[in-house]
Design a protein around this ligand. Structure first.
Ligand SMILES: *Cc1c(COP(=O)(O)O)cnc(C)c1O
Length: 227
């Protein structure tokens, strides 16, 4: 199946999930997880109307961002784990970083963003167990959030997670619900608004939308299996 056909199918499924849960389609961003995909495939997704792309590796992302720099309405997000020695480039090239998860990384982002006179948008990645080596543990989330609030050049817009994989997407629901709860707790404790929940991937994005996702990160269902 072509990217275009996949894209149309995903669109329908997103729309239905929104309708089921009484949400508006505009509340959910379809972000194409384009790691390992060539520029030609990214363009196929672009011509279906997708404007948000998520890359996992800084270097691979930069190559595509450079190659597509004439497409000025593309929003590039960094969704993979970030090493401190890559922060300089991440801040230069990416609109949003989904994987902020430790103070050392926060310090480096603040330093680089400050030098570039940029306010870096980001999400805090929460770790729900063995599936991902990235993310802050639930019990340390509040402390990390409080720490970031002291930084002038980082704006946290919400939370992101990669929950454990389950055959049945229904089994992921409690993790999505938990992430939403953690976000609402932060909003209440710190009297702030956090508009984003980045959760849901190819096999579970509908459940994620039902539980409040505002960004779904979809790779395989859109592009096919990664090579
Ligand atoms: C690859 C990736 C995705 C997309 O995964 P699929 O299962 O292919 O949809 C989403 N989020 C992150 C962080 C990823 O690395």
């Amino acid at each position: 199946m072509s990217v275009k056909e996949n894209c149309q199918k995903i669109e329908e499924r997103i729309l239905k999930a929104c309708q089921r849960s009484g949400r508006k389609r505009e509340e959910v961003v379809l972000l194409a997880a384009s790691k390992t995909q060539p520029v030609e495939k990214i363009l196929q997704a672009y011509y279906c109307g997708i404007r948000y792309f998520g890359e996992n590796r800084v270097q691979e992302g930069i190559e595509k961002i450079e190659a597509l720099k004439d497409y000025k309405d593309i929003h590039w997000h960094l969704i993979g784990g970030l090493q401190t020695n890559k922060v300089k480039y991440a801040v230069k090239y990416f609109e949003m970083i989904h994987s902020i998860d430790r103070e050392e990384l926060v310090d480096e982002i603040e330093k680089r963003a400050s030098k570039m006179n940029k306010i870096q948008e980001g999400l805090i990645e929460v770790n729900f167990g063995e599936e991902s080596k990235y993310g802050v543990k639930e019990e340390n989330l509040k402390k990390l959030f409080e720490y970031i609030l002291t930084k002038e050049h980082i704006k946290i817009l919400g939370l992101m997670a990669i929950p454990p994989y389950f055959e049945n997407p229904e089994d992921v629901r409690p993790f999505f619900r938990k992430l939403r709860q953690l976000k609402e707790d932060l909003e209440k404790d710190f009297n702030v608004k956090l508009p984003h929940l980045s959760m849901g991937m190819s096999h579970d994005f509908e459940v994620a939308i039902e539980e409040g996702a505002t960004i779904v990160r979809i790779g395989t269902a859109l592009f096919g299996e990664r090579i």
